[in-house]
Design a protein around this ligand. Structure first.
Ligand code: ADP
Ligand code: MG
Length: 433
């Protein structure tokens, strides 16, 4: 869904001194438009009687789509993600003080914090993602400046497309630019990951932030989460990717996500007893796993089997994407889903049902749950020229079965956060991608 400015006022009340004025128009098909490169379609105006509008700058960060390599990043493993043209958009205006005010349209809530007084919260909420980003940027030696930030995300929150990392990268980009500073993408990714771990309470891996900060437009990225070595691979035009939202929301800090991390850590603990150089499940081979089956017990054995087999699937998927072998890529995606469902146990009935429905449709080559799991979205690899038809069929069938008409999105690999945010006429001084 796209929006553009219409010039009608919708003044959101209850936001303190400032009035945040939004102008949205549903835009059907804009001829010749390319959402992956065009200006942000969400226009936000942050206005107040004092400072003029030309102080307002806009930024955006895309969503992350993980093609394959799920729950491998925090095990020092391999992932193959890309981005898509669904954005967290920010309108930002500098303030003369050290207060950051964040107004999230998604949350229908506005919060403020003082850059000189940021502490991790025992019970973190949405604003702690932004607080964490500010705190970790300052911890990196970046002197920030206060800002009013107005935020709107098109990404389903808690849907497995990493609205959280997109939010972090958009905030980081905005705060840096307002302070007339810049940082390279890989460092920004590490800072945002630390923010999510320390301030939002989610022990995430590096994949989401790294993808949103560094993945080249039109490419997928083979990322080694231990060395941070990257191979960018162009996505062939014949490879259509469809996202379908099951409608089941997860909430990570109190979900089973951190429990999976604990289980992996417990397995590493057991496996490293006789092999001190064993640091992460990345170091485990299938042969070693079979030998350690009894000491691990059935549950940890299955968790490990997912990670070891998924790392191999990522390697194979990279080769398949590189050679344009979409049939094989589709098979790997389907096997990944089975492994996430049966061995890692992060799927749920609705998602399994959606995967089964998608796989029956003409042109669909494979489907799986994406993101941390416990609900969220399904990714289907589809022959590109059949993708509209497949989307229609899947929606119709899912509605027949569940009564819900699922949201769908066709993936268009977008520019990363660090260079997708500059509009004609916006200030870009002191900023390097
Ligand atoms: P995912 O990253 O898969 O979408 P997470 O549970 O990791 O799911 O992140 C979702 C959380 O991130 C939200 O519950 C909220 O706390 C925060 N978040 C993401 N985008 C926004 C936004 N635009 N405004 C406020 N909070 C956001
Ligand atoms: Mg997330």
């Amino acid at each position: 869904m796209m929006f553009r400015s219409l010039g009608q006022k919708n003044i959101v009340s209850g936001t303190g001194k400032s009035e945040w004025i939004y102008n949205f128009e549903k835009l059907s098909e804009k001829e010749g438009s390319d959402p992956a490169t065009d200006r942000p379609e969400i226009h936000m105006r942050l206005m107040q009687s004092g400072p003029s509008l030309d102080e307002v700058q806009r930024f955006r960060a895309p969503a992350r789509i993980n093609i394959i390599g799920e729950h491998t990043d925090y095990n020092d493993g391999l992932v193959l993600p890309t981005t898509t043209a669904l954005f967290t958009s920010i309108a930002a205006r500098p303030r003369p003080d050290r207060i950051v005010r964040v107004d999230s349209r998604n949350m229908q809530d506005a919060r403020s914090f003082d850059l000189d007084d940021i502490e991790p919260d025992d019970n973190p909420g949405w604003v702690d993602y932004a607080k964490g980003v500010a705190a970790e940027l300052e911890a990196e030696g970046i002197q920030l400046q206060g800002a009013d930030l107005e935020i709107e995300s098109e990404i389903p929150l808690g849907g497995g497309l990493s609205s959280s990392a997109s939010f972090e990268l958009a905030v980081a980009t905005a705060l840096l630019r307002v302070a007339d500073k810049s940082l390279p993408g890989p460092l920004l990714a590490k800072i945002c990951r630390r923010a999510e771990i320390r301030y939002a309470g989610v022990n995430c891996g590096i994949m989401d932030q790294y993808t949103i900060a560094c993945c080249k437009r039109g490419h997928a990225m083979l990322l080694d989460c231990r060395s941070l070595d990257v191979e960018q691979v162009a996505i062939p035009p014949s490879a259509g990717m469809l996202i379908i939202d099951s409608g089941v929301k997860h909430r990570l800090p109190d979900s089973s996500y951190n429990r999976r991390l604990d289980e992996c850590a417990e397995a590493v603990n057991i496996l490293s007893q006789d092999a001190p150089q064993f640091a992460a499940l990345r170091d485990l081979s299938m042969e070693m796993l079979e030998m350690q089956k009894d000491s691990l017990g059935n549950l940890l054995y299955r968790r490990c089997r997912h990670v070891v087999s998924e790392n191999q699937r990522v390697r194979d998927a990279y080769a398949a994407l590189n050679s344009g072998d979409l049939v094989n890529l589709g098979k790997l995606i389907s096997v990944s889903h089975a492994s996430l469902r049966d061995d890692f146990e992060v799927s749920c009935d609705e998602v399994d049902q959606l995967v089964a429905i998608a796989d029956e449709c003409t042109g669909v080559l494979g489907s799986r749950i994406v993101g941390a799991g416990f609900g969220g979205c399904v990714l289907s690899l589809v022959e590109a020229d059949r993708i509209d038809d497949a989307a229609r069929q899947i929606r119709q069938r899912y509605k027949e079965v569940t009564g819900d008409d699922p949201w769908t999105h066709i993936v268009q690999a977008a520019k990363p956060a660090t260079c997708s945010d500059i509009a004609p006429g916006d200030k870009v001084s002191g900023y390097a991608s």
